[in-house]
Design a protein around this ligand. Structure first.
Ligand code: 5AD
Ligand code: SF4
Length: 423
């Protein structure tokens, strides 16, 4: 979400006549986009802004940390030039043009101007479809900083994707904190036609010429309806990957978190996806060390992760956030124990990722080509529909496939995070 918001700001600034500096050193103005989902993320953003101020740059801070701190942001950073909340980024070009500093714009539940601004070029794009979050999980600060849900009108989203396709974009990722709640708080479609809003949106986007792959993130088990699964079955453009944060495998902790599903319901959602396609990629987020998390709760998370057979997972150490319901509870799992649980889950995932990837050896995967591999420029890299990275050697004299085109690779070897293939 922040990557997308930053891109919109870049596009708006370019439209206002600015250029992107070749390096941080050469920049006259630096805008830091901040996250406050965990305390460390906020400290990092504020620290970076402090460094830019010390380097005498015109400095702006945007994003969730600004909304959390409010006017206190100027106590932390007295020489900050401007600060804008996560739904106020559209004001940045005007703020810079007016030059009246310091300036603070928190922007309550507004729809940011320039929501549909994109930087030219590239074959991939993020498109925000749902702003804010109304789920109010006990540990999460997102609803406080990103505000209430607002679903952008489907017509507007479809027009934006069609325009992107016209500019050469072939893969879109639809964004929302809990994107399957698209159309729940406010209607997204104005034609009164039946059907759930998000599955309908996927089908409409699948009908746009030039768009070859559609992804979305993040999902919630409550939204994994039959209608959604039908879309995966019917629309080959919709990638068979779901990022489905589970957070915990213990029913007691899930209830305390206010996640509104049980372990059993979560696993049933995964099973329905894998019944459609055994290679359906399922990835997740997990929090370790939630207040009161016992060894038994932790072991329940471990076993759930094994049962779900996650293709990848992101583990976070619990961080109390001011104003959230869980911040009132004692943060009673010691840091060293959070660290240990984190390491255990990482090691489990390494082994599980390897085992899941090993099943693909000998099969042919369709990948979208990304370009030279980051680690080894003699290798090419792409991703399959499940978001798995596939790398292959490019032989001298053989034309290299262009980024954003599709290639078929036979998988010859598997690692936990990477598949190796040959054309
Ligand atoms: N502490 C630790 N992790 C958190 N997340 C959200 N809030 C917190 C918190 N207070 C994690 C969740 C979410 C991911 C984006 O960040 O796992 O899915
Ligand atoms: Fe936070 Fe829960 Fe909303 Fe995700 S769904 S952003 S964890 S409140």
């Amino acid at each position: 979400m922040n990557v997308r918001d930053s891109e919109a700001v870049e596009a708006l600034m370019r439209a206002a006549g600015h250029e992107k500096a070749a390096s941080e050193k050469e920049a006259e103005l630096v805008i830091i986009n901040s996250c406050t989902v965990r305390q460390k993320a906020e400290e990092k953003a504020v620290g970076k802004a402090g460094n830019m101020i010390a380097a005498k740059k015109l400095t702006g801070l945007m994003g969730c940390a600004v909304k959390r701190m409010g006017a206190d942001v100027f106590k932390r950073l007295p020489k900050l030039d401007f600060a804008v909340g996560p739904r106020a980024f559209g004001l940045i070009p005007r703020i810079v043009a007016e030059g009246r500093f310091p300036r603070l714009e928190l922007g309550e539940d507004v729809v940011p101007e320039g929501m549909d601004a994109h930087v030219e070029g590239g074959w991939q794009a993020f498109v925000t479809v749902l702003l804010g979050c109304d789920n109010r999980c006990s540990y999460c600060i997102v609803p406080d900083v990103r505000g209430h849900e607002y679903s952008r009108p489907a017509k507007e989203v479809v027009a934006e994707v069609a325009a992107l396709a016209g500019r050469g974009v072939r893969e879109v990722c639809l964004l929302g904190q809990s994107v399957l709640r698209y159309g729940v708080r406010n209607p997204a479609w104005d034609d009164g036609a039946p059907g759930e809003a998000f599955p309908r949106l996927l089908r409409a986007i699948a009908g746009i010429d030039g768009i070859e792959r559609i992804r979305f993130t993040s999902a919630h088990p409550k939204g994994c309806t039959d209608e959604l699964i039908d879309v995966f079955r019917d629309c080959p453009k919709v990638c068979r990957h779901i990022h489905l944060p589970v957070q915990s495998g213990s029913d007691r902790i899930l209830a305390a978190m206010g996640r509104r599903y049980t372990r059993e319901e979560y696993l049933a959602a995964v099973a329905r996806l894998r019944a459609l396609d055994p290679e359906f990629a399922v990835t997740t987020d997990v929090i370790v060390g939630y207040p009161g998390e016992t060894e038994a709760d932790f072991e329940a998370t471990r076993s759930l992760m094994e049962e779900a057979g996650f293709d990848n997972s992101f583990v976070f150490k619990y961080s109390p956030r001011p104003g959230t319901r869980s911040a009132a509870l004692p943060d009673d799992v010691p840091t060293a124990e959070k660290e240990r649980r984190d390491q255990v889950l990482l090691a489990d995932q390494e082994a599980r990722g390897l085992a899941r990837n090993a099943r693909l050896v000998g099969t042919v995967r369709e990948v979208m080509v990304e370009g030279p591999s980051k680690r080894n420029a003699a290798r090419w890299s792409g991703r399959d529909g499940g978001n798995r990275i596939v790398v292959w050697d490019v032989r001298d004299g053989v034309p290299r496939p262009a980024p954003g085109t599709k290639a078929m690779l036979r998988i010859t070897d598997a690692h936990a995070q990477i598949l190796v293939g040959e054309p």
